[in-house]
Design a protein around this ligand. Sequence first.
Ligand code: GPK
Length: 838
Amino acid sequence: SVMRGEEANEKLWELMAEYIDSEKSTIQKSIVAHVEYTLARTRFNFDKNSCFKATALSIRDRLIESWNDTQQLFTAEDKKRVYYMSIEFLIGRSMQNALVNLGLEDKYREALEEVGYKLEELYDEEVDPGLGNGGLGRLASCFLDSLATLDYPAWGYGIRYDYGIFRQMIVKGYQVEMPDYWLAQMNPWEIERSDVSYDVYFGGRVEKRWENGVEKSNWIPSETVKAVAYDNPIPGYDTFNTINLRLWKSIPTNEFDFQSFNQGDYFRAIETRQKAEYITSVLYPNDSTPSGKELRLRQQYFFCCATIQDVIRRFLKKSRDWEEFPDKVAIQLNDTHPAISIPELLRVLVDKYGLEWQRAWNICYKVFSYTNHTVMPEALEKWSIELFERLLPRHLEIIYLINFHFMNQVGQRYANDPKKFDIMGYMSLIEESRPKTVRMANLCIVGSHAVNGVAALHSNLLKTQLFARFHEYFPNKFQNKTNGVTPRRWIKCSNKPLSDLYQKYLESNSWLSDLTETKSLMRFIDNEEFKEEFRLAKQQNKERLARWIEKECGIRVPTDAMFDIMVKRIHEYKRQNLFALYMIHRYFTLKAMSVDDRAKQVKRVFMVGGKAAPGYIAAKKIIKLINSIGDVVNNDPDIGDLMKVVFLPNYCVSSAQIIIPAADLTEQISTAGTEASGTSNMKFVMNGAIIMGTMDGANVEIVEDVGIQNSFIFGARVHEVDKLRQHSGQPAGTRLQKLFDAVKNGTFGNPKELSSLIESLEHNDVYLVKSDFYSYIEKQAEADATYKNQDQWLRMSITGALNMGRFSSDRTIKEYADEIWDLESVEIPKPSLNAMSR
Ligand code: GPK
């Protein structure tokens, strides 16, 4: 670094303070400067998209300022840091979120208006980065927002995919997947760090040698790729803390494959290089089902290896003992996808830094903690030993070593148990199946000091069912951390009318930092003016969604109808098929009525959105079925506006922000015990929707706080499910059989395609559609009756929205920090004050 005099330094700080202040004219200057000098456009002729980019760059300038200060302070204070490792971050658009968190939304709106642009129109210019599949990836992004907001020294680590989750098109009722090349336009938010890069190795063999009577291992890999860091600043709300999401991109190393070159095989050498770039090309589009593909394991190791190197480099910046490592570093594993970090850290400590095994192990398990997101057994990751050995031979050895020590201990503990060997087989990191596999969840449990589920019901199932033996063995390891969502994006950015209402009645915006404050507005539950404003807010959101639907689907929906919405990945356990059957039931009921009776019915618009994994045939058929129901119902002149069925294409974060605030009723109808938490349930209720749902996941806790009388709860409870499953071939009952027959005889779509959906329910109804159907239609009738009493509906809706304080991800993150990470916050002083003190 260059040495400068006091005076020069002061001058520099002054200049910066001027460049970055929040005056309208400063903002305008910075936007115009970016138009001219960064984008090389002329200020007299730039289109909306250029204006978006220039505005984004001007916001990024501000983020970089606070982000640099933040990182400097984290280094100076040297407190413990948390690293949130996730193979997915469903970021969504950044511009509005950044402005809201910086407190500059109104300033930017004004500044842009004078140069002829509407801020809200610029928001729509931004691509929506979809670097995740669903709930798990979106949770990671909500967590980063809360970590920054609560001033925690935190980093996110993941993969910078070139292709995010596919764009879903609906063609003739079928899902068609289109590639999402989101980087086609420049990404104005990221900062490429070509100086921050690490080599990552694959393949080869392990060499052994003896040193002072100890066997040492040396991995001689056969392939190298480089990981380059791309940094994404994450601003907190109402704080100068700006943390970093570091995403890794793979590139070839410059160590040429000399053998190929010498053999004159130029093209082979280039091919090898392209294979390196391929690692971070595409996000696997499976939700809750591992693909088992070699490239996926490469992705996992690639991002873990680069991250562990980065974490260790930061730790070693200050020289110290390895024993201090767990006091400075906490690593949260978002599901088992980053599990390979555990043997990777052990490998580095033992093979590179020469730590003795037991010492390395004692450091390692204190650092890691693991979050499980599903109890569905088919979703648990397992990698074949054969693949592991070929790609990561040293890591496989280390896993065997962990298992050797662990099995010894388990064997001792159950020495006198007649089931000793069953227990050991069950807990082993290795499954003696064909092919033999490594169980990644078992690796995570053994290699972490804490394991958590994502809602109370789910965490109990982990302890009593999925990981029961582990719970018995490690009773103190298991915890619950009920999920949450960030109110900044999911209320403030998505629902302006409601946010304005809160600001008006609470006379501040502090509810955005403490969502429990909204509860105090319950004193207005009998205030007609307040209620009317709340109702109007919902109505405005419904009209916005209706316009969106007309534009995207060409369907006109009545906005005085009840909006009944289900948006989430398509899965049999989530039971979009149950919702579809209800639509058919309602359609037949309406058809059978006299014209007079029909006129008395509640109008409903049924909406379903969500992607099916490209290889999940049953899920794709469910999409087709819903579209086929829409074709029949929407074009039936007897029905008109009484009922509409809309499939919302390409459900993603940005469309969720329009869809969720418009719901009157939200379908959260998974079979009890299958949905780990759910997070859309929280977003919907915060925005005034009422739950139609089962006692599953976080629904249970939501209902605790908002009151069961303010929800529509139906269906089997979790303790009843096992028994009911034994009768999964039972007949459907007359009313349901009629609906089955309608699908099978071609009333909705081609029965050759869709009958199998019904047959699987008839013969092996794993998710209890048949046994829950009748209590479901009863609850739906109750919802209609309630909706007819608009005042009662409004009270239920308001009560729900105001009692959701516990489901802010701020609460979740505080619990992780206190109970798992042992993490303290670090407050970042205001940049200008900071400047003065230098
Ligand atoms: C669970 F196992 C998985 C997965 O692969 N992807 C995913 O999004 C979800 N999840 C659960 O299905 C939800 O219930 C939960 O709310 C969410 O993870 C976040 O914890």
